[in-house]
Design a protein around this ligand. Structure first.
Ligand code: NIG
Ligand code: FE
Length: 388
């Protein structure tokens, strides 16, 4: 087994409570990788000998970003819808049907090529784990196809047959399809199931429908996630708590009761609140109140939600910068949410931190400290650090 020492780390974010502050920071640090795993972290002065060494020249190193919410398997383009929104049109979710039409018409290779390009784009900015949802097929064959393709790039695949009711299809019949033949075809390729629960929307699902879909998915062995409170108030957070979901995502319109329910559940591993500030940026909506969640003791994750409708960005550094500048998160809270928070939203122990035993998924900054992630918005300072 070859050991590899990374030296010259100006600042290392470990999330190891043995080290300093909320991020477990080690200044002038070193790290040893063996067999793809972190074998040792600590001050450079105490570093053990290793077979090989890489010097990162005083740069900051942190765990690779964990993006727990994306919709990367799709075809087509909705830049016109974005431009119309910037000219005053609202976002309703109605454009999802356009992506569904384009996605159904695309070949596996077309979808695979687009997906690979988006995954490469995310990785180039320091993302090392990402979740990918279906949801642009909305028929049995296409939903299954999207999950097969997603599985080729990540184990974190999510069945989102309950994204919207396809135009012209009866709601009750569609819920029966999703919970019956579609779930049966998709469950073998998915780790998770998700539902777009937004009772005020003509396209998405109400609380009863969401419960029906999630209960069936849990019975099929899938973990649960919920899209909720994106467009308005709703039951998404309470359903997530009630059914033991790993995460409730968006959380833009939460009531005080919703926050209390999430905070009470947090004590026994309740849902993470995953915030997607790229959506508010790209739909010109009010940003979620991250402070209210954090101050109540709810664990927060950040995700890109990369999708052709509400946020066509894979950039986790952008989400960190938005969280800090627009959602009143501290830089440390945002960096934690983009790494460890995402890992918890995916119930993963092996990523999102750099304690001994973690996967050696490393992100290096062309900067001396983690603060630069938010201090230098839009500047491509984050990249993966590959240690062979
Ligand atoms: O997470 N809100 C539902 N789904 C996506 C948007 C999908 C789309 O508009 O294509 C989201 O924002
Ligand atoms: Fe989403």
């Amino acid at each position: 087994m070859t050991s590899h020492l990374v030296t010259g780390i100006g600042e290392l974010v470990t999330h190891d409570p043995r080290f300093d502050g909320p991020l477990g920071l080690v200044p002038d640090a070193a790290l040893v990788v063996e067999d793809g795993l972190v074998a040792w972290v600590g001050p450079a002065a105490a570093a053990p000998a290793a077979d090989r060494a890489t010097d990162v020249g005083g740069r900051a190193v942190l765990p690779g970003f964990v993006d727990p919410h994306t919709h990367l398997v799709f075809a087509g383009d909705r830049a016109d819808e974005f431009a119309a929104r910037m000219a005053g049109a609202p976002y309703t979710g109605g454009g999802i049907a356009r992506t569904v039409t384009a996605t159904r018409a695309a070949s596996d290779d077309e979808l695979r090529t687009r997906l690979a390009a988006l995954v490469a784009e995310a990785r180039a900015q320091g993302t090392t784990t990402l979740e990918v949802k279906s949801g642009y097929g909305l028929d049995v064959a296409t939903e299954e196809r999207l999950l097969r393709l997603a599985r080729e790039v990540t184990p974190e695949t999510t069945f989102l047959g309950a994204h919207v009711v396809p135009p012209g299809v009866d709601r009750a019949e569609y819920v029966a399809l999703v919970t019956g033949p579609m779930l049966a075809a998709c469950a073998p390729h998915a780790r998770w199931a998700d539902v777009f629960c937004e009772p005020g929307s003509a396209h998405a699902f109400d609380g009863d429908e969401a419960r029906t879909v999630l209960t069936a998915a849990a019975a099929a062995g899938l973990g649960l996630r919920v899209h909720g409170h994106q467009l308005g108030p709703g039951p998404g957070a309470r359903i997530a708590v009630e059914l033991g979901a790993a995460s409730v995502d968006h959380c833009t319109y939460l009531s005080d009761d919703d926050v209390t329910a999430l905070a009470d559940a947090a004590a026994h591993g309740g849902p993470v609140a995953t915030l997607l500030p790229g959506v508010e940026l790209s739909t010109r909506s009010p940003f979620p109140d991250a402070r209210r969640l954090l101050d109540a003791g709810v664990e927060v994750a950040l995700a890109s939600d990369c999708n052709p409708g509400t946020c066509f960005s894979t950039s986790m550094p952008l989400m960190v910068a938005l969280a800090v500048t627009q959602m009143r998160m501290t830089v440390a809270e945002a960096v934690r949410a983009a790494t460890l928070g995402g890992a918890h939203a995916l119930r993963r122990q092996d990523v999102g931190h750099l304690r001994a035993g973690a996967r050696a998924d490393l992100c290096v900054l062309d900067a001396p400290t983690h603060e630069h992630l938010a201090y230098r918005p839009g500047v491509p300072i984050a990249r993966p650090l590959t240690v062979a």
